[in-house]
Design a protein around this ligand. Structure first.
Ligand code: PEP
Ligand code: MG
Length: 382
């Protein structure tokens, strides 16, 4: 047993050897928990880990959120049986591979997967996602000891694009800050980092870092179907600045005769401000991707990292559902397609609601692709 606290530690672990997470800190909406989901391993957050557990046999039941230290034989056998049933249920879903993401009434949904790095592409393909709806590119930065070069980023994006063989790969630009800290950024202490200097706010100020990433992304777009999306947007002015910088980078590449492909540009809708002006933002971009993790945090004024508030961090709150509806309607009015890439997108109890609202895309952790496909295919709207 080993203790982890930050996403930067999580991302550096040898995923082959990891069976489960047990963390003392963080909340179920933190990036540590999200990464565990992406890796499809059980995770318990907020456990008071005792030193005497070190070196002991333990079982983590991710369904009930229970940690068993040296369970007795009966408990072991019951959990073993549960695990076998889980494996069997997942095997049944394998029949859905190669099938369309379409409702009984013929509504097609783009069912994509979320990834944190190049290695996760294998599980995207194994789970037959139609694309990648969120590549959290900041994990390339968290894995590194210094700013990743254009070349290393280019290779990462190119590899993902090539492996996805023409399927859409939506890369979110650097969303560093808040709980995702890389020492070499020297971001400094903030009293309220979730509402602080992070994501696009850093990129629009430190345009050297931003342009390096954009160059890498655009270059990689010559090798596959890459789209670029921008996190934490709150104003039209930001989007205009972003587009100006993208155009500058394209001009530079043109001048150097470096090829790049057609890339859709989108923004994450994860602040209440972006929802409320989604009618003004939509004409500026090709797509919206709703980040329900942050949207819930900012709408409900609940720090997603605070495990004390986990019980009232309610992504099903009517305010969130109304915001999703509003975003879809405003997006569609202006020819902008709309998806959800936050964790709520994988909620089986809401798949039908989202389809009824008119959602175009759902991007979920790779292990949730086939269960969500099943839900979509079971839907009958009329
Ligand atoms: C979100 O906020 O919903 C989202 C998808 O981004 P992240 O979880 O990485 O903040
Ligand atoms: Mg977010």
């Amino acid at each position: 047993m080993q203790k982890f606290t930050a996403p930067s530690e999580t991302v550096q672990m040898d995923k082959e050897k990891l069976l489960a997470f047990v963390t003392e800190h963080g909340s179920s909406n933190s990036h540590t928990a999200i990464l565990a989901k992406t890796m499809n391993i059980p995770a318990l957050i907020g456990v008071n880990i005792k030193p005497e557990w070190n070196g002991k046999f333990a079982i983590v039941d991710g369904y009930t959120g229970t940690l068993y230290i040296e369970p007795d034989e009966d408990t072991f056998n019951t959990l073993k049986k549960k695990q076998e049933e889980d494996i069997k249920a997942r095997e049944l879903l394998q029949d859905l591979k190669g099938k369309e993401d379409i409702t009984q009434d013929g509504r097609k949904i783009k069912l994509y997967a979320n990834i944190g790095g190049v290695k996760d592409v294998a599980s995207v393909l194994a789970n037959d996602a139609a694309g990648i709806g969120l590549f959290r590119s900041e994990f390339l930065y968290l894995e590194a000891d210094d700013y990743p070069s254009e070349e290393s980023q280019f290779m990462a994006y190119k590899t993902v694009a090539e492996n996805m063989a023409g399927r859409k790969v939506i890369v979110r630009t650097l969303d560093i800050g808040a709980d995702k800290q890389a020492g070499y950024f020297n971001l400094g202490h903030e009293d309220n980092p979730a509402m602080g200097y992070r994501a696009i706010r850093i990129c629009l100020e430190r345009t050297d870092i931003f342009k390096t990433q954009l160059r890498a992304l655009l270059r990689a777009s010559a090798f596959g179907n890459i789209a670029i999306m921008f996190p934490m947007v709150i104003s039209v002015n930001e989007v205009k600045q972003i587009k100006e910088i993208v155009n500058e980078v394209k001009k530079e590449l043109d001048g150097q005769e470096i090829p790049y492909g057609e890339t859709e540009l989108g923004i994450m809708i994860e602040t209440p401000a972006a929802v409320m002006i989604s009618d003004l933002l939509a004409p500026e971009v090709d797509f919206f991707s709703i980040g329900t993790n942050d949207l819930t945090q900012y709408t409900l004024a609940i720090d997603r990292q605070n495990m004390k508030l986990d019980n009232i961090y309610d992504a099903h709150h009517p305010a969130i559902l109304r915001m999703i509806q509003m975003t879809i309607e405003n997006g569609h009015k202006h020819g902008c397609w709309v998806g959800i890439c936050g964790e709520l997108g994988a909620d089986p109890g809401l798949t039908k609601t989202f389809v009824e609202m008119g959602i175009d895309e759902l991007s979920v952790s790779p292990a949730f692709v086939l269960p969500t496909r099943k839900n979509i295919r079971d839907i009958k709207l009329n």
